[in-house]
Design a protein around this ligand. Structure first.
Ligand code: DQA
Length: 146
């Protein structure tokens, strides 16, 4: 099995740190990437960490993960709630897929209850802020090794 962990991030996550810090915390995506890289390295995995604001590019990245990843962690941002194309792309992935959100969308506005990612995911981690990324990487290391 591939030892490469893909972490894909969707729209507006490039603004973490200043974007609604009361909801998403004060860590930047760069801070999060650094922590994930250390954990992945210690766990013996190579890391591909990406962010895009474009739906089609996110689909391209999921397709790349389908071909090369041992596990995929995805915070699809708002495309979670809107994108059938993303759902269809995730269905191509045969390795574990962990859906991730900093906040808990189920406890927020009604429109966030529609979710096209969860039905195509192995598991979901929501509501732990940046710590959720650490938790997801730790879980992915276990999943890739077993
Ligand atoms: C988010 C939750 C989504 O509802 C929202 O659109 C985001 C961020 C999260 O990480 O909490 O952009 O995915």
């Amino acid at each position: 099995m591939s030892k490469t962990l893909y972490i894909l991030n969707g729209p507006n996550l490039n603004r973490l740190g200043t974007r609604e810090p009361d909801v998403y915390g004060t860590k930047t995506l760069g801070d999060i990437e650094k922590a994930c890289a250390e954990l992945a390295r210690d766990g013996g995995l190579d890391l591909v960490f990406r962010q895009t604001n474009a739906e089609g590019t996110l689909v391209d990245h999921v397709q790349e993960a389908a071909d090369h990843a041992g596990a995929l962690i995805i915070n699809a941002g708002a495309y979670t709630h809107t994108s059938v194309a993303l759902h269809d792309a995730l269905r191509l992935v045969s390795v574990p897929v962990i859906e991730l959100h900093l906040s808990n969308p189920a406890a927020r506005e009604d429109f966030r209850r529609t979710n096209y990612v969860a039905p195509a995911a192995t598991a979901s981690i929501c509501g732990f802020g940046a710590m959720g990324y650490d938790m997801a990487v730790t879980a992915a290391i276990r999943l890739v090794k077993t």
